[in-house]
Design a protein around this ligand. Structure first.
Ligand code: FPP
Length: 253
């Protein structure tokens, strides 16, 4: 008979139980997140919006770690859209500065954790220093085989689609060779699978020009909390809800 002490020694810790439960769920292979509500989070606390973005940044590491433990292999974060340039210049500057800080502070640790970093979006309008930091982070982590963290920055789905059409026209591709596959291979996301689950925080239900082509069969989930508060049980709720969805991809069951 097992003695109580042996029993205690072999009993998994609560963290291990939580982690093993997470592994038994059907986790989305690729989760894409519209990190909305940073401004509201700040305003509710009487803080400048830039503090909301900083709180948003500080939430990212925990979310990515939790998703990794749950079995998610690709995480795409919508950090700055092609339309966000129209925000007040101080806010745009604060997000650009924060993006530089994120790369400087986080890249080494992400590399140590075998995370591959990808950028999707335009680079040409970003400050030169940020452009080179992005290139260096992608180069450093290119061969990593763990989770892929894809950051959509100066990204817009329509711009991406127009760019793909342009490249097809410029290459003179015969019309019969314009297929879903050849088109998708000209999108910025060509290296990653389509998202299985798109989450928008901040309680909104809009896609806002995010992964327009790629989201064709994604499940959508709106989280009723602002991005800086999307953590722990809120993430579990989203994963549980995804696990209950029946995905038919246009077929019948
Ligand atoms: C949307 O909230 C959030 C943004 C436009 C910026 C998100 C940026 C970060 C979290 C930091 C940078 C991160 C990386 C990975 C480079 P909102 O301002 O629209 O919120 P609101 O709807 O409440 O106004």
């Amino acid at each position: 008979m097992t003695s109580p002490s042996t029993n205690n020694a072999t009993r998994p810790s609560p963290a291990a139980i939580a982690s093993s439960k997470a592994h038994h769920r059907t986790a989305p292979h690729h989760m894409a997140i519209i990190m909305d509500g940073n401004g509201r989070w700040a305003e509710e606390r009487g803080l400048p919006r830039s503090e909301g973005h900083r709180a948003g940044y500080e939430n990212i590491r925990g979310v990515v770690e939790q998703l990794g433990r749950a079995g998610v292999r690709y995480v795409t974060l919508f950090a700055f859209s092609t339309e966000n340039w129209d925000r007040p210049s101080e806010e745009v500057s604060s997000i650009l500065a924060l993006a530089s800080e994120v790369i400087k502070v986080e890249t080494k640790e992400l590399h140590r954790k075998n995370v591959r970093i990808l950028h999707v979006g335009r680079s040409d309008r970003l400050p030169a220093e940020l452009q080179s930091e992005i290139v260096q982070a992608m180069e450093l982590t290119r061969e990593n085989t763990g989770l892929t963290l894809c950051v959509a920055f100066d990204y817009g789905g329509r711009t991406e689609i127009v760019q793909a059409v342009r490249s097809i026209v410029e290459e003179g591709l015969p019309s019969e060779e314009v297929t879903e596959e050849s088109f998708a291979s000209r999108l910025l996301t060509r290296e990653i699978p389509d998202p299985d689950l798109i989450i928008r925080t901040g309680g909104e239900f809009r896609i806002s020009n995010f992964l327009l082509w790629q989201s064709a069969y994604a499940e959508f989930y709106s989280a009723p909390v602002n991005w800086p508060d999307f953590k722990d049980s809120r993430i579990d709720c989203a994963l549980d809800e995804y696990g209950r969805r029946e995905r038919r991809f246009g077929r019948v069951r």
